[in-house]
Design a protein around this ligand. Structure first.
Ligand SMILES: NC(=O)c1ccc[n+]([C@@H]2O[C@H](COP(=O)([O-])OP(=O)(O)OC[C@H]3O[C@@H](n4cnc5c(N)ncnc54)[C@H](O)[C@@H]3O)[C@@H](O)[C@H]2O)c1
Ligand SMILES: O=C(O)C1=N[C@H](C(=O)O)CCC1
Length: 272
């Protein structure tokens, strides 16, 4: 049997951090070898299991990135853009693969991720679920098949604690629609509408964000024409779909060359 992969989870007390701990500790293919939180967090210095209100796990929560990454194979990171840039640089220095689920990164922030030429192996995706990554490919195909008589709108809904909009997933879907149409998303993107906006511009791709309660993540891609509408929809009802995808990505990095990858690479969907 191959040795379980040693995984560090950052942002371990967060919604995704906790879900990742549960997913990794119940997998035979992986072993949780480290837990990180931001400096000053109440869990620093505590045993992770006890901090989570259960039995000790023998993994201490730390804010020392370099020490925690020592000997690990992969770090899984669902935190915040600035933190993720720091983890990416530390992971490249330590020769540890980095799975990034963090969303809301600007172009300038993405440009600060270490390039593959610096031995960085990064898998980054705004949504790690199999269903959404299939929807990305379907969106591209439908957008390629339809002309601009079909107005494209991406509508997303998330819980009331989400800090970024549009969601990372909505942006992935918007990119896929733009690619299908053979245009650049930044040239046709309508982010927010308010007031006397004027009529919708033909060929544009619109985004709308709903925030409320405990919605895990819902995305519609609407193709609306005169007389008919096509709606491609994904509904996540449990965060475990993201955590399972992130673990799959972490296991996939074994033996891979440095590079920047996404979930389409991991799932073998990139050529479709
Ligand atoms: N790609 C996906 O499939 C996917 C799925 C769900 C969420 N997300 C994204 O993941 C991110 C986190 O989501 P969440 O709901 O878990 O948020 P959350 O606020 O519950 O958790 C974030 C955690 O990161 C920690 N953190 C912040 N800065 C840190 C630092 N410097 N070092 C260590 N830890 C740090 C916070 O203390 C917190 O515990 C968001 O960007 C969200 O959009 C992505
Ligand atoms: O809960 C979140 O935050 C989510 N973020 C990702 C996004 O921005 O698309 C994925 C869905 C959940």
């Amino acid at each position: 049997m191959t040795k379980p992969m040693g995984i560090v989870v950052t942002g371990v007390s967060g919604r995704m951090g906790r879900m990742l701990v549960e997913t990794i500790t119940t997998s035979e293919k992986a072993r949780l070898v480290g837990a990180l939180e931001r400096a000053g967090h109440a869990w620093i210095g505590q045993d992770l299991g006890q901090a989570m209100g259960s039995a000790p796990m023998g993994v201490m929560v730390s804010d020392d990135i370099a020490q925690t990454l020592e000997g690990a194979d992969v770090v899984i990171d669902f935190t915040a853009p600035t933190a993720t840039i720091g983890f990416a640089q530390a992971a490249a220095r330590a020769g540890v693969a980095h799975v990034i689920g963090t969303t809301g990164m600007s172009g300038a922030e993405i440009a600060q991720l270490p390039p593959p030429s610096r031995d960085a192996l990064i898998v980054r995706a705004g949504n790690m679920s199999l269903g959404v990554n299939l929807l990305v490919q379907l969106t591209k195909q439908v957008a390629a098949a339809l002309d601009e008589d079909y107005d494209i709108e991406v509508i997303e809904a998330h819980h009331n604690q989400k800090v970024d909009a549009p969601s990372g997933t909505a942006l992935m879907l918007g990119e896929a629609a733009a690619q299908g149409r053979g245009v650049m998303l930044e040239d046709v993107s309508d982010r927010a509408r308010d007031g006397i906006t004027g009529a919708r511009q033909r060929g544009h791709i619109g985004f709308a964000a709903i925030r409320g309660g405990d919605i895990v993540g819902e995305h519609d891609v609407l193709f609306a024409a005169t007389g008919e509408r096509i709606i491609l929809r994904h509904v996540a009802s449990d965060r475990s779909v993201f955590a399972r995808g992130a673990l799959k990505a972490a296991l996939w990095t074994a033996g891979k060359a440095p590079g920047h990858y996404d979930m389409l690479d991991v799932l073998g969907l990139s050529e479709q």
